[in-house]
Design a protein. Structure first.
Length: 159
């Protein structure tokens, strides 16, 4: 079949991504977050030349988890095409392992079910983490993202 899935459907394909290109995609398609500030690497998923999703991996946002051996998927954004989320989560884990990371984590909203994460080998490590906003007395901020509690998912990358 030479690169074709059953019934002539093109397969999902991993493509390299710059932060600028991933950020443009996230700005256009993400439901509730803006692009992250920095990254370690990013990947995209395409089918037939059409970009269906991107994932950005960086340092853990939580300082206590930033041990130098843990990577965090800080953004994952797709058009909703079937299997793209799990494809990207799996690709991020494999790339992080090859770069020497020992663990990879990500957060989802408590209202999300985590099916794509479980399908790509992640497990729920903490439910109802944090939530809330960044607004503080003396440092007013307007929250532009959901402030509901989150779930942390993780995957060991140990050989």
């Amino acid at each position: 079949m030479g690169g074709q899935a059953p019934h002539g459907v093109s397969r999902l394909r991993l493509v390299p991504m710059t932060l600028a290109k991933a950020s443009d995609y996230i700005t256009k398609f993400h439901r509730h977050h803006r692009p992250p500030q920095g990254y370690r690497f990013a990947v995209g998923c395409e089918r037939g030349g059409e970009l269906l999703g991107v994932a950005v991996v960086g340092r853990p946002v939580a300082r206590m988890l930033d041990d130098g051996l843990t990577a965090e998927v800080t953004r994952l954004c797709t058009t909703g095409e079937k299997n793209v989320c799990s494809f990207l989560y799996g690709a991020c884990a494999r790339a992080a392992r090859e770069l020497g990371y020992r663990r990879i984590i990500t957060y989802i909203l408590a209202s999300e079910d985590g099916t794509s994460l479980r399908a790509s080998g992640f497990a729920c490590e903490a439910e109802q983490t944090g939530g809330g906003g960044w607004n503080r007395p003396g440092r007013a901020r307007i929250d532009k993202a959901p402030t509901e509690p989150k779930q942390r998912y993780g995957r060991s990358l140990e050989p």
